[in-house]
Design a protein around this ligand. Structure first.
Ligand SMILES: Nc1ncnc2c1ncn2[C@@H]1O[C@H](COP(=O)(O)OP(=O)(O)OP(=O)(O)O)[C@@H](O)[C@H]1O
Ligand SMILES: [Mg+2]
Length: 411
């Protein structure tokens, strides 16, 4: 944008200035059309201050942008300054100075004797024009016609920028909602497929497991060791398929259980009983520390047992071959609003960049199809359904620690 050569005299006097004024208005109109509304209100103010500054290069031109509080906290926009923030913009020939200041925004140009402040928005953003010439304060000069129009253009630009930011945030929210819906639909179809798979597989698999068991018992301890080993492998593999199909159903099927007051300690004991086999298989020692004052939580007991069965099973799988320690402890938080449960093991631990990913469906580091990666995503689903929280971290021994927080029944 090149500036029309003007003198201060021409600027502030109304006489014979129609042509100059028309030229300024042309340039302002062009600038108003080019305002970068898609880049946000900061960009719009900076742009307009620059445009007005280039039209009136010998004057002090600036603006104070006041950002209104966001309408909805669910659509924060990182490009917007925080609510109520003031930013001052000053035109300087090689780029606009722009900073957030706590100074009096009615006096942006203390170097000049006079400063005219135009309200762009009620009790908000202002446009400033400053000079040593007292006539800058007069109302009916060609310059002030242009500046008033610049204030109107800025008001419009700010409105458009905010509308654009809101539309972008809405579109983003819509995309997130959409992806949640797609995920929910996927789960629903996964549930239907799983139910079908389980139905078809359950009976033959149960027969395989039962007959393998029967054959092992029939062969007795004196049977051919190689054949016995093969039978055991058949039994283990079929049990694994059974577990997988049940996990799939548990993952996708809505539960019909209703919430009741539950003792977390009781849930943990039940889960430990269920895991007796895997605990013994991995030579794990179980340590329990149950806080005395731990109240009940509200929840679905069967689902809560499933949470701890999955956590204990994982802990055992991660343990060293010569055994390890599985430590479970419960306590009431200081505010007495949540029951906190710690599940620690001294296994191989979880890589730092996996600490979040482990809760995603089908995430597994277990090789040869030993893990389906559904265990922790089931845990996460159940925990979420209980309004509870879970996170994974490193335990003191370098193994894994899971921390769960359940709202107490009275909370
Ligand atoms: N206590 C633990 N110690 C170390 N790694 C763990 C522990 N618990 C979970 N993990 C990691 O998280 C991954 C996901 O666990 P998750 O229970 O979801 O699936 P999985 O155990 O691999 O398979 P499955 O569906 O049979 O449970 C595991 O593969 C493992 O890498
Ligand atoms: Mg698991």
């Amino acid at each position: 944008m090149s500036s029309v050569p003007i003198s201060r005299e021409t600027l502030v006097s109304a006489a014979s200035a129609t042509d100059v004024e028309a030229a300024w208005l042309d340039r302002l109109l062009l600038a108003a059309c080019e305002m970068p509304v898609a880049e946000g209100e900061v960009a719009v103010v900076a742009f307009l201050v620059r445009a007005v500054g280039e039209i009136f290069p010998t004057f002090g031109v600036g603006a104070c942008l006041v950002t209104p509080p966001p309408r909805s906290s669910s659509s924060p926009d990182a490009t917007l300054p925080s609510p109520g923030e003031q930013r001052l913009f000053k035109y300087v020939p090689d780029g606009e100075e722009h900073r957030a200041l706590g100074v009096d925004p009615t006096r942006m140009f203390p170097g000049f004797a006079y400063e005219r402040v135009l309200e762009v928005e009620p009790h908000g953003t202002t446009l400033h024009i400053s000079s040593d010439d007292a006539r800058v304060e007069e109302h009916d000069t060609p310059m002030m016609h242009v500046v008033r129009r610049a204030a109107l253009a800025l008001e419009r630009g700010l409105g458009l920028a905010r509308a654009h930011a809101k539309a972008t945030a809405d579109a983003r929210e819509l995309r997130v909602l959409n992806s949640h819906m797609v995920q929910a639909e996927k789960l629903a179809s996964l549930g239907q497929i799983a139910a079908g798979v389980v139905h078809e597989l359950n009976n033959p698999l149960t027969s395989i497991v039962a007959y393998t068991d029967w054959l092992i018992r029939k062969a007795g301890p004196t049977g051919d060791p190689d054949s016995l080993e093969r039978l055991r492998r058949i039994g283990e593999s079929s049990s694994r398929i059974l577990r997988f199909t049940r996990d799939l159903v548990a993952y996708a099927r809505p539960s019909s259980e209703v919430p009741v007051p539950v003792s977390i300690r009781h849930v943990i004991e039940q889960a430990l009983a269920f895991c007796e086999h895997v605990i013994a298989q991995h030579g794990a020692d179980v340590e329990r520390v149950f806080g005395d004052d731990v109240p009940t939580v509200r929840g679905m007991p069967e689902q809560l047992v499933q949470v701890f069965v999955n956590l204990f099973t994982n802990a055992c799988h991660a343990m060293p071959a010569d055994g390890g320690v599985l430590a479970v402890s419960t306590q009431l938080n200081e505010e007495r609003t949540h029951v906190i449960v710690f599940v620690d093991d001294n296994g191989h631990g979880i890589a730092t960049d996996h600490l979040q990913a482990i809760f995603a469906p089908f995430f597994t580091t277990k090789v040869d199809g030993r893990g389906t990666g559904l265990g922790l995503s089931i845990v996460k689903n159940i925990v979420d359904n209980h309004g509870a929280e879970i996170r994974a971290e490193r335990s003191a021994s370098g193994g894994a620690r899971f921390v769960l927080a359940f709202p107490t029944a009275g909370a």
